[in-house]
Design a protein around this ligand. Sequence first.
Ligand SMILES: Nc1ncnc2c1ncn2[C@@H]1O[C@H](COP(=O)(O)OP(=O)(O)OP(=O)(O)O)[C@@H](O)[C@H]1O
Ligand SMILES: [Mg+2]
Length: 367
Amino acid sequence: MAEPDSKLPLDATALIAGALPMPVLVAGPGLELLFVNPAAEQFFDTGAGLLLRHKLDELVPFGSPLIGLVAQALERSASVGERTLDISTPRHGERVADVMVTPLPEPEGAVIITLQERSLAQRIDRQLLHRGAVRSMHGMAAVLAHEIKNPLAGIRGAAQLLEDAVPDSEKNLTQLICDETDRIRNLIDRMESFGDTRSFPRKPVNIHEALDRVRKIANTSFAREVHFTEVFDPSLPSVLGDFDQLVQVFLNLVRNAFDALPETGGEIALTTGYRPGVRFGAAVAGERLSLPLEVTVRDNGSGVPSDLMPYIFDPFVTTKTHGTGLGLALVAKIIGDHAGIIECESVPRRTVFRVLLPKAAEESGGV
Ligand SMILES: Nc1ncnc2c1ncn2[C@@H]1O[C@H](COP(=O)(O)OP(=O)(O)OP(=O)(O)O)[C@@H](O)[C@H]1O
Ligand SMILES: [Mg+2]
Protein backbone atom coordinates (compact mmCIF):
# COMPACT_ATOMS: atom_id res chain seq x y z
CA MET A 1 0.00 0.00 0.00
CA ALA A 2 1.33 3.48 -0.82
CA GLU A 3 2.27 5.74 2.05
CA PRO A 4 -0.71 7.89 2.93
CA ASP A 5 -0.43 11.48 1.86
CA SER A 6 -0.29 12.78 5.40
CA LYS A 7 2.17 14.29 7.80
CA LEU A 8 0.42 12.60 10.67
CA PRO A 9 1.23 9.10 11.91
CA LEU A 10 -1.21 6.40 10.82
CA ASP A 11 -2.63 6.15 14.31
CA ALA A 12 -3.70 9.74 13.93
CA THR A 13 -6.62 8.61 11.76
CA ALA A 14 -8.11 6.88 14.74
CA LEU A 15 -7.21 9.87 16.87
CA ILE A 16 -9.05 12.23 14.54
CA ALA A 17 -12.10 9.98 14.32
CA GLY A 18 -11.99 9.75 18.10
CA ALA A 19 -12.01 13.49 18.51
CA LEU A 20 -14.95 14.04 16.16
CA PRO A 21 -18.07 14.97 18.11
CA MET A 22 -20.39 13.11 15.71
CA PRO A 23 -20.80 9.33 15.66
CA VAL A 24 -18.63 7.68 12.96
CA LEU A 25 -18.92 3.99 12.08
CA VAL A 26 -17.23 1.84 9.44
CA ALA A 27 -19.17 -1.20 8.23
CA GLY A 28 -17.71 -4.01 6.11
CA PRO A 29 -19.32 -5.69 3.07
CA GLY A 30 -21.49 -7.92 5.27
CA LEU A 31 -22.49 -4.89 7.35
CA GLU A 32 -20.20 -6.09 10.15
CA LEU A 33 -18.86 -3.17 12.14
CA LEU A 34 -15.13 -2.59 11.68
CA PHE A 35 -14.69 0.70 13.50
CA VAL A 36 -16.68 2.94 15.82
CA ASN A 37 -15.54 6.19 17.41
CA PRO A 38 -16.33 7.19 21.02
CA ALA A 39 -19.23 9.40 19.88
CA ALA A 40 -20.81 6.31 18.25
CA GLU A 41 -20.30 4.32 21.46
CA GLN A 42 -22.10 7.06 23.31
CA PHE A 43 -24.82 7.32 20.69
CA PHE A 44 -25.62 3.61 20.84
CA ASP A 45 -24.91 3.50 24.56
CA THR A 46 -22.65 0.48 24.03
CA GLY A 47 -18.87 0.04 24.30
CA ALA A 48 -16.71 -0.44 21.19
CA GLY A 49 -15.85 -4.02 22.19
CA LEU A 50 -19.46 -5.06 22.06
CA LEU A 51 -20.41 -2.91 19.07
CA LEU A 52 -17.64 -4.45 16.94
CA ARG A 53 -19.24 -7.85 17.49
CA HIS A 54 -22.45 -6.60 15.92
CA LYS A 55 -23.67 -5.86 12.46
CA LEU A 56 -25.07 -2.51 11.47
CA ASP A 57 -28.52 -3.97 10.85
CA GLU A 58 -28.62 -5.23 14.43
CA LEU A 59 -28.27 -1.70 15.76
CA VAL A 60 -31.20 -0.26 13.89
CA PRO A 61 -34.77 -1.55 13.61
CA PHE A 62 -35.71 -4.07 10.92
CA GLY A 63 -36.30 -2.34 7.60
CA SER A 64 -34.43 0.80 8.68
CA PRO A 65 -33.77 3.20 5.78
CA LEU A 66 -30.13 3.35 6.91
CA ILE A 67 -29.46 -0.10 5.41
CA GLY A 68 -30.98 1.01 2.11
CA LEU A 69 -28.71 4.04 2.16
CA VAL A 70 -25.62 1.82 2.51
CA ALA A 71 -26.71 -0.23 -0.50
CA GLN A 72 -27.27 2.96 -2.51
CA ALA A 73 -23.84 4.36 -1.65
CA LEU A 74 -22.14 1.11 -2.74
CA GLU A 75 -24.18 0.89 -5.92
CA ARG A 76 -23.37 4.44 -6.95
CA SER A 77 -19.82 4.37 -5.59
CA ALA A 78 -20.54 7.79 -4.17
CA SER A 79 -21.57 9.44 -0.95
CA VAL A 80 -25.26 9.49 -0.26
CA GLY A 81 -26.91 11.34 2.53
CA GLU A 82 -30.33 11.73 3.95
CA ARG A 83 -31.63 14.32 6.32
CA THR A 84 -33.82 13.64 9.31
CA LEU A 85 -33.66 9.87 8.97
CA ASP A 86 -35.64 8.04 11.62
CA ILE A 87 -33.34 5.73 13.53
CA SER A 88 -35.57 5.11 16.53
CA THR A 89 -35.16 1.92 18.49
CA PRO A 90 -37.11 0.61 21.45
CA ARG A 91 -33.90 0.70 23.47
CA HIS A 92 -32.89 4.27 22.67
CA GLY A 93 -36.26 5.78 22.01
CA GLU A 94 -37.20 8.14 19.27
CA ARG A 95 -34.25 9.60 17.40
CA VAL A 96 -33.70 11.46 14.22
CA ALA A 97 -30.36 12.07 12.52
CA ASP A 98 -28.82 13.39 9.33
CA VAL A 99 -26.89 10.46 7.90
CA MET A 100 -24.04 10.38 5.37
CA VAL A 101 -22.77 7.09 3.91
CA THR A 102 -19.51 7.08 1.93
CA PRO A 103 -17.93 4.02 0.29
CA LEU A 104 -14.33 3.35 1.36
CA PRO A 105 -11.65 2.42 -1.18
CA GLU A 106 -10.80 -0.62 0.90
CA PRO A 107 -11.77 -3.13 2.09
CA GLU A 108 -14.09 -3.45 -0.86
CA GLY A 109 -17.72 -3.01 0.01
CA ALA A 110 -16.94 -1.09 3.21
CA VAL A 111 -18.63 2.19 4.02
CA ILE A 112 -18.10 4.97 6.48
CA ILE A 113 -21.24 6.26 8.15
CA THR A 114 -21.52 9.56 9.95
CA LEU A 115 -24.54 10.58 11.96
CA GLN A 116 -25.56 14.00 13.10
CA GLU A 117 -28.32 13.84 15.63
CA ARG A 118 -31.06 16.33 14.89
CA SER A 119 -32.60 16.35 18.29
CA LEU A 120 -32.79 20.03 19.10
CA ALA A 121 -34.32 21.32 15.88
CA GLN A 122 -36.57 18.29 15.70
CA ARG A 123 -37.75 18.72 19.26
CA ILE A 124 -38.54 22.36 18.67
CA ASP A 125 -40.53 21.51 15.54
CA ARG A 126 -42.51 19.00 17.56
CA GLN A 127 -43.14 21.58 20.24
CA LEU A 128 -44.65 23.88 17.69
CA LEU A 129 -46.89 21.06 16.52
CA HIS A 130 -48.16 20.56 20.06
CA ARG A 131 -48.86 24.25 20.35
CA GLY A 132 -50.79 24.07 17.10
CA ALA A 133 -52.91 21.19 18.35
CA VAL A 134 -53.65 23.06 21.53
CA ARG A 135 -54.49 26.24 19.65
CA SER A 136 -57.02 24.43 17.50
CA MET A 137 -58.85 23.55 20.70
CA HIS A 138 -59.38 27.16 21.70
CA GLY A 139 -62.49 27.79 19.68
CA MET A 140 -63.96 24.40 20.39
CA ALA A 141 -63.37 24.77 24.12
CA ALA A 142 -65.06 28.17 24.24
CA VAL A 143 -68.15 26.96 22.38
CA LEU A 144 -68.44 23.77 24.41
CA ALA A 145 -68.01 25.60 27.67
CA HIS A 146 -70.77 28.00 26.78
CA GLU A 147 -73.17 25.44 25.36
CA ILE A 148 -72.73 22.78 28.02
CA LYS A 149 -72.23 24.60 31.29
CA ASN A 150 -75.61 26.35 31.38
CA PRO A 151 -77.83 23.33 30.78
CA LEU A 152 -75.58 21.35 33.09
CA ALA A 153 -76.23 23.75 35.94
CA GLY A 154 -79.95 23.31 35.22
CA ILE A 155 -79.71 19.52 35.35
CA ARG A 156 -77.83 19.65 38.63
CA GLY A 157 -80.31 22.07 40.15
CA ALA A 158 -83.25 19.88 39.11
CA ALA A 159 -81.60 16.79 40.61
CA GLN A 160 -81.15 18.63 43.89
CA LEU A 161 -84.80 19.60 43.93
CA LEU A 162 -85.80 16.01 43.18
CA GLU A 163 -83.70 14.80 46.07
CA ASP A 164 -86.29 16.08 48.53
CA ALA A 165 -89.11 14.37 46.64
CA VAL A 166 -87.70 10.87 46.12
CA PRO A 167 -87.67 8.12 48.79
CA ASP A 168 -84.38 7.51 50.59
CA SER A 169 -83.83 4.30 48.66
CA GLU A 170 -83.49 6.30 45.44
CA LYS A 171 -81.48 9.23 46.71
CA ASN A 172 -78.32 7.54 45.42
CA LEU A 173 -79.66 8.17 41.89
CA THR A 174 -80.00 11.91 42.36
CA GLN A 175 -76.56 11.88 43.99
CA LEU A 176 -75.22 10.08 40.92
CA ILE A 177 -76.64 12.80 38.66
CA CYS A 178 -74.98 15.49 40.81
CA ASP A 179 -71.63 13.69 40.87
CA GLU A 180 -71.59 13.08 37.15
CA THR A 181 -72.59 16.65 36.29
CA ASP A 182 -69.78 17.83 38.60
CA ARG A 183 -67.35 15.61 36.73
CA ILE A 184 -68.43 17.02 33.37
CA ARG A 185 -68.18 20.55 34.75
CA ASN A 186 -64.63 19.93 35.95
CA LEU A 187 -63.70 18.60 32.56
CA ILE A 188 -65.17 21.66 30.87
CA ASP A 189 -63.34 23.91 33.31
CA ARG A 190 -60.07 22.26 32.39
CA MET A 191 -60.80 22.55 28.69
CA GLU A 192 -61.73 26.18 29.11
CA SER A 193 -58.26 27.02 30.30
CA PHE A 194 -57.05 26.17 26.78
CA GLY A 195 -59.30 28.83 25.38
CA ASP A 196 -57.76 31.43 27.61
CA THR A 197 -55.49 33.36 25.29
CA ARG A 198 -55.34 36.51 27.39
CA SER A 199 -51.90 37.45 28.52
CA PHE A 200 -51.52 36.96 32.22
CA PRO A 201 -49.62 39.10 34.69
CA ARG A 202 -46.05 37.89 34.92
CA LYS A 203 -43.82 38.18 37.92
CA PRO A 204 -40.43 36.71 38.66
CA VAL A 205 -41.12 33.22 40.00
CA ASN A 206 -38.67 31.23 42.06
CA ILE A 207 -38.98 27.75 40.55
CA HIS A 208 -37.76 26.14 43.78
CA GLU A 209 -40.68 27.64 45.67
CA ALA A 210 -43.07 26.30 43.03
CA LEU A 211 -41.47 22.84 43.27
CA ASP A 212 -41.64 22.90 47.08
CA ARG A 213 -45.34 23.66 46.83
CA VAL A 214 -45.81 20.79 44.37
CA ARG A 215 -43.99 18.33 46.60
CA LYS A 216 -46.04 19.41 49.62
CA ILE A 217 -49.33 19.04 47.76
CA ALA A 218 -48.27 15.63 46.43
CA ASN A 219 -47.02 14.41 49.79
CA THR A 220 -50.21 15.39 51.54
CA SER A 221 -52.58 14.02 48.91
CA PHE A 222 -51.95 11.33 46.31
CA ALA A 223 -48.26 10.60 46.88
CA ARG A 224 -48.08 10.18 50.65
CA GLU A 225 -45.74 7.22 50.60
CA VAL A 226 -43.57 8.22 47.69
CA HIS A 227 -39.96 9.14 48.13
CA PHE A 228 -38.97 12.40 46.46
CA THR A 229 -35.36 13.19 45.60
CA GLU A 230 -34.51 16.80 45.01
CA VAL A 231 -31.34 18.10 43.41
CA PHE A 232 -31.66 21.84 43.12
CA ASP A 233 -29.14 24.24 41.62
CA PRO A 234 -28.94 27.17 44.07
CA SER A 235 -27.80 29.56 41.32
CA LEU A 236 -31.08 29.14 39.43
CA PRO A 237 -32.43 32.57 38.43
CA SER A 238 -36.14 33.38 38.44
CA VAL A 239 -38.45 32.81 35.53
CA LEU A 240 -40.96 35.44 34.50
CA GLY A 241 -44.38 33.92 34.75
CA ASP A 242 -47.31 32.87 36.85
CA PHE A 243 -46.63 30.97 40.07
CA ASP A 244 -49.93 29.08 40.13
CA GLN A 245 -49.69 28.01 36.52
CA LEU A 246 -46.15 26.74 37.00
CA VAL A 247 -47.27 24.82 40.09
CA GLN A 248 -49.98 23.28 37.94
CA VAL A 249 -47.41 22.24 35.32
CA PHE A 250 -45.14 20.45 37.76
CA LEU A 251 -48.05 19.01 39.71
CA ASN A 252 -49.39 17.44 36.51
CA LEU A 253 -45.96 15.99 35.73
CA VAL A 254 -45.55 14.66 39.27
CA ARG A 255 -49.05 13.18 39.19
CA ASN A 256 -48.25 11.38 35.92
CA ALA A 257 -44.96 10.15 37.38
CA PHE A 258 -46.81 8.87 40.43
CA ASP A 259 -49.42 7.09 38.30
CA ALA A 260 -46.66 5.22 36.46
CA LEU A 261 -44.73 4.11 39.56
CA PRO A 262 -44.40 0.46 40.57
CA GLU A 263 -46.19 -0.77 43.73
CA THR A 264 -42.99 -0.63 45.73
CA GLY A 265 -39.67 1.15 45.32
CA GLY A 266 -41.20 4.04 43.41
CA GLU A 267 -39.15 7.20 43.31
CA ILE A 268 -39.71 10.63 41.84
CA ALA A 269 -36.75 12.95 41.34
CA LEU A 270 -37.01 16.69 40.83
CA THR A 271 -33.93 18.49 39.55
CA THR A 272 -33.12 22.01 38.47
CA GLY A 273 -30.10 23.34 36.65
CA TYR A 274 -28.87 26.58 35.15
CA ARG A 275 -27.26 26.16 31.74
CA PRO A 276 -26.56 29.62 30.37
CA GLY A 277 -24.78 28.14 27.34
CA VAL A 278 -27.86 26.37 26.02
CA ARG A 279 -29.13 28.27 23.03
CA PHE A 280 -31.41 27.11 20.34
CA GLY A 281 -30.40 28.29 16.90
CA ALA A 282 -32.65 30.22 14.59
CA ALA A 283 -34.71 27.09 14.06
CA VAL A 284 -37.98 28.57 15.18
CA ALA A 285 -39.33 31.16 12.80
CA GLY A 286 -36.36 33.45 13.24
CA GLU A 287 -36.66 33.43 17.02
CA ARG A 288 -33.44 32.90 18.84
CA LEU A 289 -34.22 30.99 21.96
CA SER A 290 -32.15 31.02 25.07
CA LEU A 291 -33.60 28.61 27.56
CA PRO A 292 -31.07 28.26 30.33
CA LEU A 293 -33.40 27.11 33.13
CA GLU A 294 -33.87 23.38 33.18
CA VAL A 295 -36.32 21.57 35.43
CA THR A 296 -36.72 17.82 35.20
CA VAL A 297 -39.26 15.44 36.69
CA ARG A 298 -37.96 11.86 36.58
CA ASP A 299 -39.59 8.64 37.67
CA ASN A 300 -38.62 4.99 37.73
CA GLY A 301 -42.03 3.82 36.59
CA SER A 302 -43.32 1.82 33.66
CA GLY A 303 -42.30 4.35 31.00
CA VAL A 304 -44.33 5.87 28.18
CA PRO A 305 -45.26 3.22 25.60
CA SER A 306 -43.13 4.00 22.52
CA ASP A 307 -46.10 4.07 20.13
CA LEU A 308 -47.77 6.69 22.34
CA MET A 309 -44.68 8.88 22.62
CA PRO A 310 -45.30 11.15 19.60
CA TYR A 311 -48.81 11.94 20.84
CA ILE A 312 -48.54 12.38 24.62
CA PHE A 313 -48.80 16.17 24.44
CA ASP A 314 -51.91 16.01 22.28
CA PRO A 315 -55.26 16.56 24.00
CA PHE A 316 -57.35 13.50 24.94
CA VAL A 317 -54.46 11.03 24.64
CA THR A 318 -54.61 8.80 27.68
CA THR A 319 -54.00 5.21 28.73
CA LYS A 320 -55.77 5.63 32.06
CA THR A 321 -59.31 4.46 32.76
CA HIS A 322 -60.22 7.71 34.44
CA GLY A 323 -57.74 9.99 32.65
CA THR A 324 -58.83 12.92 30.52
CA GLY A 325 -55.60 13.12 28.54
CA LEU A 326 -55.61 16.87 29.07
CA GLY A 327 -52.83 16.95 31.68
CA LEU A 328 -49.85 17.08 29.34
CA ALA A 329 -51.68 19.15 26.72
CA LEU A 330 -52.24 21.78 29.38
CA VAL A 331 -48.62 21.49 30.52
CA ALA A 332 -47.46 22.09 26.93
CA LYS A 333 -49.77 25.08 26.61
CA ILE A 334 -48.59 26.70 29.84
CA ILE A 335 -44.93 26.10 29.05
CA GLY A 336 -45.54 27.56 25.58
CA ASP A 337 -47.16 30.63 27.17
CA HIS A 338 -43.99 30.98 29.24
CA ALA A 339 -41.89 30.86 26.03
CA GLY A 340 -40.35 27.56 27.07
CA ILE A 341 -40.34 24.06 25.69
CA ILE A 342 -40.94 20.63 27.17
CA GLU A 343 -39.65 17.29 26.00
CA CYS A 344 -39.80 13.73 27.18
CA GLU A 345 -37.45 10.76 27.08
CA SER A 346 -38.65 7.46 28.33
CA VAL A 347 -37.52 3.88 28.74
CA PRO A 348 -39.00 1.51 31.30
CA ARG A 349 -37.82 2.49 34.78
CA ARG A 350 -36.59 5.88 33.61
CA THR A 351 -38.89 8.56 32.31
CA VAL A 352 -37.74 12.15 32.23
CA PHE A 353 -39.85 15.19 31.45
CA ARG A 354 -37.53 18.14 30.84
CA VAL A 355 -38.82 21.70 30.90
CA LEU A 356 -36.59 24.45 29.51
CA LEU A 357 -37.46 28.05 30.33
CA PRO A 358 -36.02 31.50 29.68
CA LYS A 359 -34.76 33.49 32.62
CA ALA A 360 -36.70 36.48 33.87
CA ALA A 361 -34.46 39.36 32.73
CA GLU A 362 -34.23 38.14 29.15
CA GLU A 363 -37.88 37.40 28.78
CA SER A 364 -39.19 40.70 30.09
CA GLY A 365 -38.61 42.48 26.75
CA GLY A 366 -40.35 39.86 24.64
CA VAL A 367 -43.58 37.84 24.74
N1 LIG B 1 -44.35 9.72 33.74
C1 LIG B 1 -45.03 8.96 32.89
N2 LIG B 1 -44.76 7.62 32.77
C2 LIG B 1 -45.44 6.84 31.91
N3 LIG B 1 -46.42 7.28 31.09
C3 LIG B 1 -46.74 8.58 31.16
C4 LIG B 1 -46.07 9.50 32.03
N4 LIG B 1 -46.61 10.72 31.86
C5 LIG B 1 -47.56 10.60 30.92
N5 LIG B 1 -47.66 9.32 30.50
C6 LIG B 1 -48.58 8.80 29.47
O1 LIG B 1 -49.13 9.90 28.75
C7 LIG B 1 -50.55 9.86 28.80
C8 LIG B 1 -51.10 11.27 28.76
O2 LIG B 1 -50.84 11.97 29.97
P1 LIG B 1 -51.79 13.17 30.40
O3 LIG B 1 -51.28 13.74 31.68
O4 LIG B 1 -51.94 14.09 29.24
O5 LIG B 1 -53.20 12.47 30.62
P2 LIG B 1 -53.62 11.46 31.77
O6 LIG B 1 -52.63 11.51 32.90
O7 LIG B 1 -53.88 10.15 31.15
O8 LIG B 1 -55.00 12.08 32.23
P3 LIG B 1 -55.19 13.26 33.31
O9 LIG B 1 -53.94 14.08 33.29
O10 LIG B 1 -56.38 13.96 32.84
O11 LIG B 1 -55.39 12.56 34.60
C9 LIG B 1 -50.87 9.08 30.05
O12 LIG B 1 -52.14 8.47 29.98
C10 LIG B 1 -49.75 8.04 30.09
O13 LIG B 1 -50.02 6.95 29.26
MG1 LIG C 1 -51.99 13.36 33.71
